[in-house]
Structure formats: structure tokens, C-alpha cells
Design a protein around this ligand. Structure first.
Ligand code: WT7
Length: 648
């Protein structure tokens, strides 16, 4: 593949529609001059039990308080289901394609509404109330969507947990969130494998002793395997739900009531639950999907993200359904039972909006161009990418081979904390630039600062990506730790939200993300804190200390490398064993590429591990190691370099 230049020829790929450009410009102008009116007008996208009279009441100063539409009242499930019943009750809301190519299911808005009500009533029958936390640990099934919306119906706070988390990881999150119930399944189907779920929950509950708060476990039968049930605590989903009424009065929530918690990684070992609230989140999901990634009526929106990530919450479930769009959920893997599975699904279900992550695009590129060319892909209208930087190479391949040069590739930058896209080109209204997330969407005001948090006025610059104003989908806090929230995001640059990412800005004001600036590694679009890995490996009694760094990886974007110092030179742990400790404690997705046993770690005189240096050594970029003057002892550097080079 030739190396693309990001020159003007490629820049102009997307033709601009003057009407659309005008409309978006008008939105930008209004939100600049009269944000309150703009945001109250946007609130009309939702059905409110009480329409809000106030828009933004946030401040990034002092203790930091983010509040939107605070006197509004609404219910999320009503917005995703009930309000569509009259006009499009018989339209498909959810297409579920099973792991097995022969198995799929479609539910209309009416059918999904009925299932959601039954699950909501089932939860109520177990005593789950408004404000209670309910953990959901399910694969990509109809039930995961029904359970999320059922929590929304009764005002319970869902906490969706990724299937790849270890029992320890789950236990920790159950304790932190104080979940009263867990919804899981026997086992998940992933290609030819079945992956245990119920036994992971059993182990998590035993391990954490969190049985204190978790009173009930609901088990969906996904794989027809028998899961041991604890009488009194465990219930079969089918038995519990099938007898329930398909009507359930929605709980009317305040706009600022907590809607869900979602765990993500930060730069300390303790996972943090990002708090999103009802009105602002749902408005942001509805707004961003419609503005950046609309689907034509009668066509299908497909975002391949797992529902356990923010992308799944916003781009699989809430955004499309709030807009009355058919959303597709795929249980299986892209390459099973054979390569080309995704392309088959696009053709079969008339997918018009297709959204995935660069890590998947890179893997698909490896299958070659001939494979996708065997499919029509004619229904596609737009392609999305998010989760990590997309290289111009991958962008162009996606554009040419999948989009057949007729679909814009929309690179969107967002985070768990932002709830939805923040930087994204608006197709039709502005030009695209491969590898660049381009500009803030209407209502978003990005800025760059230097590493002291001072604003950079120059157009062409590189710096730290911040946002000057709040937006409705902004996270309100870290669950139970508002101090950590304030310190993580609002102390770096006074009066701004700091994203943790670096970015470059061109002369036209477009932004390109350069990657995380903190101790967070992005493996295949999964955020993992270096401290999480280091804490995990340090639980092994043979380990004295450890340092984890991210290195470039062709497929995953970044891979993990860990340097470990053993407690004693007499009993050295094996590298394979330490790798297993990490994958067991954090999750399979955190399995390191390499573990090196070293005699000591490079440290500053004040005792801080110099990860920047380790990253360079692990990447074999030893030509320019940077300033080593802060190191307490430089003699260790050549030893580390030799060790790494020996194993490359
Ligand atoms: C981090 C957030 C789509 C949101 C799901 C991930 C990186 C996200 C892009 C992009 C370059 C990106 C950032 C960000 N990221 N989108 N389009 N280009 N980098 O949510 O797990 O909270 O991760 O993902 O580094 O901070 P998340």
C-alpha cells in the first residue's frame, strides 16, 4: 500500500453540501452567541415529563459542579421506546445477529417495549428500587439491551461490566458501586468458544465478600450450559421475566438523577466509575448520533462496540433508539466462522451507518481487498471510527475498499467521560482529513494548552487537549470520589476540562489526536492504567516492584510491556507466570506482549520510576533517550537495552 500524503487532493475527499454547511454554521454561531437558547432548543429532541426552563448551570471553578436542564423531568426508556410506538411501533428497533450465522432475531419498538416492561417488573419483584445499582454482565444479546432499558424504566442505575474482567476486577466494582443485583448469563458464545460468565460472578461474589450488597443474581440462558444456582439468591431470567406484565409505569426522573455508572481506567490503580445523569446524557446521545452519524429511515445503524463500553451505551443503545433508528447487535466475532462475516451482515441487514474501531480496521485490512469486494456493501452511507487514532493508511483503506469512495469516513474523538463524540467532522458540512478528528462539533469548544496548562493562542500548535465549556453529556463526577474527579480533570488548566490527550492543530483549526499524555495505555481501544497492571503483578509474592509501559503495536495500536523486579534473586518468577497473573487479575485484554525481569528500575533521585525511558527502551528507540540527568543511577540503562534487544 502506498503511503498517503495528507495533501489537498485527499483533504477534499468529501464534497460539501452548501445547505448542510450553512445549517451547521448557523448552529455554531448560535451556540457561540446564545448558548442557553441553543441548548434549550436542542432539549426539544427529547420528550420530557416536565420541560426544563434552564440549560447549562455548570462551573469548572471551586468544587466543580456540572448541571444541565436541572428542573427537567423525564424517563429514558420512554424516550427510546414509548414515544416511538404511535408512529413506528411496528418498525424494527433491534436486530440481533447471533454468533451462529443461522440465528438472528428482530424486535419491533413494540416488542422491545414489552420485553423491557417485563424485565422492569421482574426487577421490581426482587425489590430493586429507584437509585439502586444493578450490575449487568452480559454478552451482546437482546437481553443486555432489555436489561439496560429496564433499569432506566424503574430509575435503577445500571453498571454494565465487561465480560473480559477478571473475578477480582468484577468483585472490586461490585463493592465500589454497591450493586444490589447482578444480571449475568450461563456462558457467552464467542466464535467456537464458550466463555464462562456465571462462574466468574460466583467467584467475584465469593472473592469480594460483596454478597452483602448483592441480594440477587439473575441468569440468562445464552449457551444452554448448566450453571450452578444458589437457592434464594440466583434466579433464571426466563422464569422470572416470562410471567411478568408487559406494562410498567415509567419512573419519572429528575434530569440530574444518576442514570448509569461506567468503569474506566485512570492513572491510579483503582478503577473509577464515571457518573452520567439522566437528562444531559440522553440529550447528548440523541444529539451526537443525529448530528454526526444519522441513519436514514428503514436502514440500519451498526456500531460494533461492545455494550460494556461507552461507545456501546451511546452508539449501540441510547443514541440510535432515542432517534427511532434500527440498531444492530452482533454477538459474534468478525472472523468466525470465516473472514468476511461483517460484510455479510452489512449486506444482509441493509446497514447504512457502520461504526467500528481502528484496531478492527487494521485487522480487516490484513484479510486483503478481495474479500470485501465479494460483497455488495451498497447500503453503506457513512463509516465511523473511534477509540484510538486512525492512521491515514487505515482511513484510506476504509474509505476506498469498504466505503467504495462514496461514504465519508468520520473519525470521532470521545471518551467515557464525554459520553459521546466531541471532535468530529460533520459529513457534508466540512471537509475530511484522513487521520484527523478535525473540529469540535457544534457546542464544543476545544483548546490546546502547554504542559503547564496555559492556553496556546497560535493556530498551528501541539499541546494538551482541553475543553473550555461544559456540554450536556459531560460526566458529573467519579462515583464516591468527587475530589479525585476535580483533581483529575480540572486542576491541570484552570477553568477547563483536561482530557488527558495530546493533540496537534493545523492552520485551519483541525485537530489530530497524538495519544494519551498520562499513564494510560490504549490496547485495541481498551483503556488500561499502568498502575492497574503494576498493582496486579505486585500481588504475586515473588515481585518487589514493577513498571508497565505502552509500545506501538501493528494490530492493537498499543501493546503492554512490563518490567519486573523480583523480591529475591534466588526464586525468580517465570515471565509466563507473571503474564498470567496480569491476565487473571485485570482481564485477558490486558495480557502483556512481554515481561522482562530486571534487577532494578530506572528512577529519579526522588524515587519516581521513569516510564518515559522504559517506553523508549521497550520500543527499541534507543537513538534518542532524552535527558537522563534526573536519573539517580544511569548505569542500569545499558543493561536494560541489552536485555530488551536480546529478546526482540
Ligand atoms: C480515549 C478514551 C470512542 C470512545 C470510546 C473510548 C482515545 C478515542 C479517539 C479518536 C484518537 C481516540 C483517546 C481518549 N480515543 N477516540 N477518534 N482518535 N484517539 O473511550 O475508553 O474512555 O477512551 O480513547 O485517547 O482519551 P475510552
Amino acid at each position: 500500500m502506498s503511503t498517503p500524503q495528507t495533501d489537498l487532493a485527499i483533504w477534499n475527499i468529501e464534497s460539501v453540501d452548501p445547505d448542510k454547511a450553512l445549517q451547521i454554521r448557523a448552529m455554531r454561531e448560535q451556540v457561540q452567541t446564545d448558548p442557553e437558547t441553543f441548548w434549550l432548543e436542542q432539549a426539544k429532541r427529547l420528550d420530557w415529563a416536565k420541560f426544563p426552563t434552564v440549560g447549562n448551570r455548570s462551573t469548572f471553578e471551586d468544587d466543580v459542579s456540572i448541571r444541565w436542564y436541572e428542573d427537567g423531568k423525564l424517563n429514558v426508556s420512554v424516550n427510546c421506546l414509548d414515544r416511538h410506538l404511535k408512529e413506528r411501533g411496528d418498525q424494527t428497533a433491534l436486530i440481533w445477529q447471533g454468533n451462529d450465522p443461522g440465528v438472528s432475531r428482530q424486535l419491533t419498538f413494540r416488542e422491545l417495549h414489552a420485553e423491557v416492561c417485563r424485565v422492569a417488573n421482574a426487577l421490581k419483584s426482587l425489590g430493586v428500587k429507584r437509585g439502586d445499582r444493578v450490575a449487568i454482565h452480559l454478552p451482546m444479546t437482546v437481553e443486555v439491551v432489555a436489561c439496560m432499558l429496564a433499569c432506566a424504566r424503574i430509575g435503577a442505575v445500571h453498571v454494565v461490566l465487561f465480560g473480559g474482567f477478571s473475578p477480582e476486577g468484577i468483585g472490586e466494582r461490585l463493592i465500589d458501586s454497591g450493586a444490589v443485583a447482578v444480571i449475568t448469563c450461563d456462558a457467552a458464545k464467542r466464535g467456537a468458544k464458550t466463555i464462562a460468565h456465571k462462574s466468574v460472578i460466583d467467584a467475584a461474589l465469593k472473592h469480594s465478600g460483596s454478597i452483602g450488597s448483592v441480594k440477587n443474581v439473575i441468569v440468562v440462558n445464552v449457551s444452554d450450559t448448566s450453571a450452578p444456582m444458589t437457592p434464594g439468591r440466583d434466579h433464571s431470567y426466563a422464569e422470572l421475566v416470562s410471567g411478568q406484565s408487559d406494562a410498567c409505569e415509567p419512573e419519572i426522573m429528575n434530569a440530574e438523577d444518576v442514570f448509569f455508572l461506567l468503569y474506566t481506567s485512570g492513572s491510579t490503580g483503582k478503577p473509577k466509575a464515571i457518573v452520567h445523569t439522566t437528562g444531559g446524557y440522553l440529550l447528548w446521545a440523541a444529539y451526537t448520533v443525529d448530528v454526526t452519524f444519522p441513519a436514514e429511515r428503514g436502514t440500519t445503524h451498526w456500531c460494533t462496540a461492545d455494550v460494556a463500553w461507552i461507545t456501546g451505551h451511546t452508539f449501540v443503545v441510547y443514541g440510535p433508539l432515542a432517534n427511532g433508528t434500527t440498531t444492530l447487535l452482533f454477538e459474534g466475532l468478525m472472523g468466525w466462522p470465516q473472514a468476511g462475516r461483517w460484510w455479510d451482515i452489512i449486506d444482509r441487514f441493509n446497514v447504512s451507518s457502520f461504526f467500528t474501531a481502528p484496531t478492527a480496521i487494521r485487522a480487516l485490512m490484513r484479510d486483503g481487498d478481495d474479500l470485501p469486494r465479494q460483497y455488495s456493501l451498497a447500503s453503506l452511507r457513512r463509516l465511523g471510527s473511534a477509540g484510538e487514532p486512525i492512521s491515514p493508511d487505515a482511513w484510506l483503506w476504509y474509505y476506498e475498499v469498504i466505503g467504495q469512495k462514496k461514504c465519508p469516513v468520520i473519525d470521532m474523538w470521545w471518551q467515557t467521560e464525554t459520553a459521546g463524540p466531541m471532535l468530529s467532522a460533520i459529513a457534508g458540512a466540512q471537509q475530511l482529513k484522513p487521520g484527523w478528528a478535525t473540529t469540535g462539533i457544534p457546542g464544543i469548544f476545544p483548546s490546546l494548552t502547554n504542559d503547564k496548562g496555559e492556553i496556546i493562542e497560535n493556530r498551528e500548535a501541539e499541546g494538551c487537549l482541553c475543553f473550555d465549556e461544559s456540554w450536556p453529556g459531560q460526566t458529573r463526577s467519579i462515583w464516591g470520589d468527587h475530589k479525585r474527579f476535580r483533581e483529575t480533570y480540572f486542576t491541570f488548566s484552570k477553568g477547563r476540562y483536561f482530557s488527558g490527550d495530546g493533540a496537534r492543530r493545523d492552520a485551519d483549526g483541525n485537530l489530530m489526536i497524538t495519544g494519551r499524555m498520562d499513564d494510560v495505555i490504549n490496547v485495541s481501544g481498551h483503556r488500561i492504567g499502568t498502575a492497574e497492571i503494576e498493582d496486579a503483578v505486585a500481588t504475586d509474592h515473588s515481585v518487589a516492584e514493577a513498571a508497565a509501559v505502552g509500545i506501538n503495536h501493528d494490530l492493537k495500536g498499543q501493546g503492554i510491556v512490563v518490567f519486573v523486579v523480583a523480591r529475591s534473586t534466588r526464586t525468580l518468577p517465570s515471565e509466563a507466570h507473571l503474564s498470567k497473573v496480569i491476565s487473571e487479575r485485570v482481564g485477558r485484554y490486558a495480557t502483556p506482549e512481554r515481561v522482562y525481569l530486571v534487577s532494578e528500575l530506572p528512577k529519579t533521585r526522588s524515587g519516581k520510576i521513569v516510564r518515559r525511558l522504559l517506553r523508549k527502551i521497550a520500543s527499541n528507540e534507543t537513538d534518542n533517550l532524552g535527558d537522563l540527568s534526573s536519573l539517580a543511577d544511569t548505569s542500569i540503562v545499558p543493561t536494560l537495552i541489552t536485555l530488551v534487544q536480546k529478546q526482540l
